[in-house]
Design a protein around this ligand. Structure first.
Ligand SMILES: Nc1ncnc2c1ncn2[C@@H]1O[C@H](COP(=O)(O)OP(=O)(O)O)[C@@H](O)[C@H]1O
Ligand SMILES: Cc1ncsc1CCOP(=O)(O)O
Ligand SMILES: [Mg+2]
Length: 286
């Protein structure tokens, strides 16, 4: 199995440990991967700033006549289904197919899947383009798996808990040969067989629009330096993002979504080894 490349180009064999998480993040910071983001209007600013703060180089490009060229010069692709429109879907599918053709990691964020038939159909279209990783909230993952049932979806927000979507995530991962991450109070990551739990984060993140979108883009960056290890790379990105939020809450005297949005960027930029080694909570459940 291919291993992650460390800051000195050495090969990291990733583990479900906080030290491994730190090492992989250092590899991301050292490489500063160019992440091509085809994303919704709401998320563009915070996603680009989260990637910059975490040590990456973001580029938002969605034009049908440019996406293939941009995938070619990038290290990873993020496809986000928010603010849906048909001409953008065509560009997303073209970009995804180019990423697969070039063997580059690409990640799908099925924003609001289940909210409307056309949105669900578009998310399924992109799922059929073979993403490396899918990251969504519980309602989105349930809807993608056709298991939403009566729980329904409230726009882009989840009405279900992440634990409710673990079986749906495993089914999707097995069927599509990808990794599926379900975010929530506990983030779960599965390749269809193994299941990893990440216990970092804050409920306040759900009050920062596009926090989840930005998290998915960070996963794309972590995949770049961990070829062949998408399960662990995804788990490490989830831990880093959630931990940055926890650290951010310490910075504000009376933290709210506005101060956390700012503090999150500062913590992603400033966080050092001790905070990650002491704070990242990654566990192999099965
Ligand atoms: N109850 C919670 N406790 C701690 N962290 C949470 C909670 N709910 C969501 N998060 C975190 O918020 C971020 C966004 O997750 P979520 O809101 O599920 O995604 P989305 O924004 O796509 O709906 C993730 O890092 C997740 O771990
Ligand atoms: C509010 C909204 N509407 C379309 S996309 C979007 C942002 C969703 O961001 P997230 O999925 O991270 O909550
Ligand atoms: Mg989302």
């Amino acid at each position: 199995m291919a291993a992650a490349s460390g800051p000195q180009g050495d090969q990291l064999q990733l583990e479900a440990t906080s030290e491994s998480c730190w090492q992989l993040w250092q590899a991301v910071r050292a490489k500063r991967p160019l992440v091509h983001c085809i994303t919704n209007f709401v998320s563009m600013d915070i996603m680009a700033n989260v990637l910059l703060a975490a040590g990456c180089s973001p580029a938002m490009a969605h034009s049908l006549d440019e996406v293939e060229s941009f995938v070619t010069i990038s290290s990873a692709l993020l496809v986000n289904m928010g603010t849906l429109s048909s001409d953008w879907v065509a560009a997303k599918k073209l970009a995804a197919k180019k990423a697969v053709e070039l063997g580059k990691p690409w990640v799908l964020d099925p924003v609001g899947c289940g909210a409307t038939p056309v949105r669900t159909a578009s998310c399924l279209d992109l799922l059929a383009c073979r993403p490396t990783v899918v990251r969504g909230n519980a309602s989105e993952v349930l809807a993608l798996a056709g298991a939403a049932g009566s729980s329904g979806v409230k726009g882009v927000d989840s009405t279900a808990a992440s634990g409710d979507a673990v079986e749906a995530a495993k089914s999707l991962a097995s069927k599509h040969g990808c990794v599926v991450a379900v975010s929530g109070e506990v983030d779960y990551v599965t390749d269809g067989q193994a299941l990893v739990a990440v216990r970092n984060g804050s409920p306040l993140l759900t009050l920062i629009t596009a926090a989840g979108c930005s998290l998915t883009a960070l996963i794309a960056a972590f995949l770049v330096v961990a070829p062949g290890q998408p399960l662990m790379a995804t788990s490490h990105a989830l831990a880093v993002f959630g931990l940055a939020a926890e650290e951010g809450l310490q910075l504000a005297p009376r933290p709210g979504p506005g101060s956390l949005r700012v503090a999150l960027l500062d913590c992603l930029h400033l966080m050092e080894r001790a905070a990650v080694v002491e704070g990242a909570r990654i566990e192999v459940v099965s």
